[in-house]
Design a protein around this ligand. Structure first.
Ligand code: SF4
Length: 153
């Protein structure tokens, strides 16, 4: 039975930097939930960061900096590693991660200026998972993932 790693905030858990969630309502997610396929995970909480926490973005140097220029890269990398370990341990080959996040972003992230500007790119967890063969999709690509899973099963 395939399992799917899903960003905790998309499942309604209040783990975002602002202490809120970004829950999505989708019948495919509901189906996977009822089938016991979903594994909820928040890399930033797993990396040891508190909730709420200062907003952070990936800077041009590749370091993750808060709006106050505190370097939180190590916590982000630890969260990414823990996400990968969880996937490997549970043979998880697919993930649905929150678009735009410096950890979970699949197709775009903020540009590091803290000026609310987005660019193409991936968050650190999404990138590490993809590099290790786990297919990552955003919350806007749930149907695409469902199609791929159905084709391959
Ligand atoms: S790190 Fe990922 S799961 Fe955690 S709050 Fe940010 S987007 Fe959601």
């Amino acid at each position: 039975m395939f399992k799917v790693l899903v960003s905790s905030c998309l499942l309604g858990e209040p783990v975002r930097y602002d202490g809120k969630s970004k829950g999505v309502s989708h019948q495919i997610l509901d189906k996977w939930q009822s089938q016991g396929r979903i594994v909820s995970f928040c890399p930033e909480v797993a990396g040891g960061l508190p909730t709420p926490r200062p907003a952070a973005e990936i800077s041009h140097s590749g370091r993750v900096l808060t709006i106050d220029s505190i370097d939180v890269t190590d916590a982000f990398l630890l969260g990414a590693q823990k996400a990968l370990s969880l996937c490997l341990k549970n043979k998880i080959k697919f993930a649905i991660l929150k678009e735009g996040s410096p950890s979970c972003g699949r197709n775009e992230i903020y540009d590091g200026s803290h000026q609310n500007r987005k660019i193409s790119g991936m968050g650190l967890t999404a990138e590490l998972l993809e590099r290790n063969g786990i297919k990552v999709f955003s919350e806007f690509q749930i149907e695409v993932m469902d199609l791929i899973v159905n084709k391959s099963s």
